[in-house]
Design a protein around this ligand. Structure first.
Ligand code: ASP
Length: 336
């Protein structure tokens, strides 16, 4: 026991020292000129390997990730807000059957689709979320409506749908979310869990950070289980004083370890760099606990970090200085 604590302390110290030297981040040296905007996206993390992903599927994923990134870049490039970029990007991924959000949402044990989403404004800590919704075409838009047009932060189930409908958010028949592939996943992995979620974090020209996450949760989930994605501080968090974070992975761990807020706190209170804070939480704290997954994060200086502790994560980033990349597999981290 004492040995374990000692090893942990040494590991922490080593990581901390390396943080102090300034870890290289996506987008280059932290000392470099601050870009006027930056954006990062993810489309879920998990057992994503070259053996499991056909060349065609890989091309499709890269295509939609690229389209989502382009949309975010266009919004931020013309001076749009980080909130608009986050919502716009996530809507594209929600409309794609490739990702476990909106149209591609996974199935519950009962053979339904129950979705969660959240959005947060780093400029004032306003936040909105919906959980367990079954008929809202774009849950991220409903989440934003909760943030901007209600006194609440989170709404669930039928009440959330009613509210969304009253505010003019598009409602669809639950059969819209049926995709054969996801249904087969439920049938094949009845004793298993599957990951996948979409998220976006952005810094706009005005210096405001925003984060958003949208998901169908985990395949085979039961009893109206709700994951980390709609929980502010767990799967989604944004604060102009620190960073914006969107997570993907085994939600129960992200909730228990308040992952997104933990990363923010390490920056705000301990002055760790973005990459040091995100890596510490994902690759050390979460990994040691057995929680698989990853995060995307951006800070007010346009630094981007995208650590994950599993085989792969659909991810990408772009900045006003022209830096851009789309990645899927773990070994692509070298390119950052
Ligand atoms: N974090 C999501 C959840 O637990 C799932 C995922 O990201 O794949 O609901």
């Amino acid at each position: 026991m004492t040995g374990k604590i000692y090893i942990s302390a040494v590991l922490f110290l080593l990581l901390f020292i390396s943080c102090g030297r300034g870890v290289k981040q996506a987008g280059g040296d932290e000392q470099a000129a601050v870009p006027s905007w930056a954006i990062a996206i993810h489309g879920g993390a998990g057992v994503i390997t070259r053996e499991r992903l056909s060349a065609e599927a890989e091309a499709e994923y890269r295509g939609v990730l690229g389209q989502a990134l382009d949309t975010g870049c266009a919004i931020l490039g013309r001076g749009g807000s980080s909130l608009d970029a986050v919502e716009g990007v996530i809507r594209i991924m929600e409309d794609s059957p490739l990702f476990n959000a909106g149209k591609g949402a996974v199935f519950t044990h009962e053979g339904r689709n129950e979705m969660d989403a959240a959005i947060m404004d780093g400029s004032n800590l306003a936040a909105g979320a919906v959980a367990g919704v079954t008929d809202i075409k774009n849950p991220i838009t409903a989440a934003r409506m909760v943030m901007t047009s209600s006194p609440h932060v989170m709404m669930a189930g039928k009440g959330a749908s009613l509210f969304a409908a009253e505010k003019g958010v598009e409602i669809v028949d639950p059969s819209y979310f049926y995709t054969e592939e996801r249904y087969q996943q439920l049938r094949k992995t009845i004793d298993n869990v599957k990951h996948g979620t979409v998220g976006c974090v952005a810094l706009d020209r005005a210096g405001n950070l925003a984060a958003g996450t949208s998901t169908g949760g985990m395949t085979n989930k039961q009893y109206n289980r709700i994951g980390d994605s709609p929980i502010i501080g767990a799967g989604t968090y944004a604060n102009n004083n620190s960073c914006a974070v969107s997570a993907t992975g085994h939600g129960e761990y992200f909730i228990r370890y308040t992952v997104a807020h933990d990363i923010s706190s390490l920056i705000q209170y301990k002055e760790l760099s973005l990459d040091s804070a995100a890596s510490l939480v994902v690759n050390y704290k979460l990994r040691e606990a057995g929680g698989t997954g990853g995060v995307i994060a951006v800070d007010c200086r346009g630094n981007v970090s995208m650590p994950f502790n599993c085989e792969g994560m659909y991810r990408g980033y772009a900045r006003s200085d022209g830096q851009r990349g789309i990645y899927i597999f773990a070994d692509e981290r070298e390119g950052l």
